[in-house]
Design a protein around this ligand. Sequence first.
Ligand code: FAD
Length: 475
Amino acid sequence: MAKDFLADVRDHYDVIVIGSGLAGLTGANVLAKQGYSVLLLEHHYQLGGMATWFKRRGGHIFDISLHGFPNGMVKSCRKYWTKEIADKIVQLKGIRFENPQFSLETTFNRDDFTKLLIDKFQVEPQTVQDFFDTARNMNFYDDQSMTTRELFEKYFPGRDDVVRLLMEPITYANGSTLEDPAITYGIVFSNFMNKGVFTFKGGTDALITEMREELIKNGVDLRIRSLVEKIEVDKNRKVTGVVVNGKRIGCTAVLANANIKSTILHLAGEENFDPEFVEEAKAVRVNNSSCQVYMGLKPGVGFDYCGDLLFHSEHRGFDIEAMLSKQISSRTFSFYYPETRPGSDRWLIVSSTNARYEDWANLSEEDYERDKKDLCEKTLDCLEQYVPGIREKLDWVEASTPRTFKHYTRHIQGSSFGTKFEGLKVSQDLPQQIQGLHHAGSVGIIMSGWLGAMNYGVIVSNEIDKYLTPSAATI
Ligand SMILES: Cc1cc2nc3c(=O)[nH]c(=O)nc-3n(C[C@H](O)[C@H](O)[C@H](O)COP(=O)(O)OP(=O)(O)OC[C@H]3O[C@@H](n4cnc5c(N)ncnc54)[C@H](O)[C@@H]3O)c2cc1C
């Protein structure tokens, strides 16, 4: 008989969390610690959403999105998870750029970038300082009409080399482009520049395992392989429950960690919202997706130090079209040394490229397999210059595409980083449309990435707390 993943589930919870991305997991943990009954429903067989991993024959463990996050994760993990989790966050010191315009390695923080911009790129010290101060002082309440392109034009006119240095890593980190509001750049860039780039020692599997244990300890009812099909809303536009794997479960509030557009248009249903709000939701643009190539070396076989993150490109200037093109000329290599997972004898490399869903969505199975193979081969050709003899060293290679991300996370168009900026307002306005319905997860670029998603989960769980216990919230 098929396993019932909802066995012994209760009839009613204070909060049902739909999805176990970092926003969903963190929101669930905060609410459970506040004493609410919480059910977390995840359609995949594994928790974490994009913050996940997979294993392959021969003992390889590949991380999907553990490439680098800002130091703010230390504080967020300590405050909303555990000290043990926070203590495993370590700095990545070797961030490399290799392109026709420059070749350099940096610790990717303000001091080092200041030095590079002045000494190597010959920018006036005052301009560098003004730029950093402007970026650091940007916040959500600022004028949002200035684009990132205009910000760069103001400080570094005609300097496509400087723009590339400042922009390329951020585009990889959150999919933003020069046409997005400058604040989306300023906030994320400054988060990184604060102290540099960090990772989790032990890998995503260790992180999510520790989070799972903490959730269970705090009383969260966790269910995997549980696909929410519907959010139930009564005639007074109040959330009353969800339908999951065909079963109805009641709740007072929902925290949806699914894609914001899916939450509104598919799970809750257009008929439950004001028509203008539905139009606003439909107009939200999703961010681009990604392709990755995962390469596992034979046990004990390694390579000379290549840095931790390497931004490789073969064309001049920052060019978003080239970065999204299926004819790949830009790649980010993440090099994982055995120290990533203490005790391991594995060297792994993951190559990531930004990608368009439509380039992969409608291929026949045959063409899809052919193009994935081609992606692997071209990636290995490129990698050969950094890891000579890579093909002989390899034990495993495979690729993922926007289709893969869509399949596992159900994000519209396999979006790696949620939505463009306008998605944030729609996400925040949700409870004004339907009482008790809240959303947290990658939206608006600034709420994307590990840190953004996690912090948004906290912000929204505090809103849910106010909804569930209004008197306590005003004390
Ligand atoms: C290739 C790649 C590389 C990345 N690299 C980095 C990086 O280096 N640093 C960084 O900070 N960020 C990175 N990111 C982005 C980061 O991983 C995400 O922004 C973040 O993890 C998203 O968290 P989230 O809470 O929005 O939820 P998601 O991770 O999007 O998870 C949503 C969850 O909801 C579940 N779900 C959806 N619908 C339903 C339903 N109806 N019923 C039940 N469950 C449902 C999904 O299965 C999923 O588990 C990367 C992303 C990708 C794809």
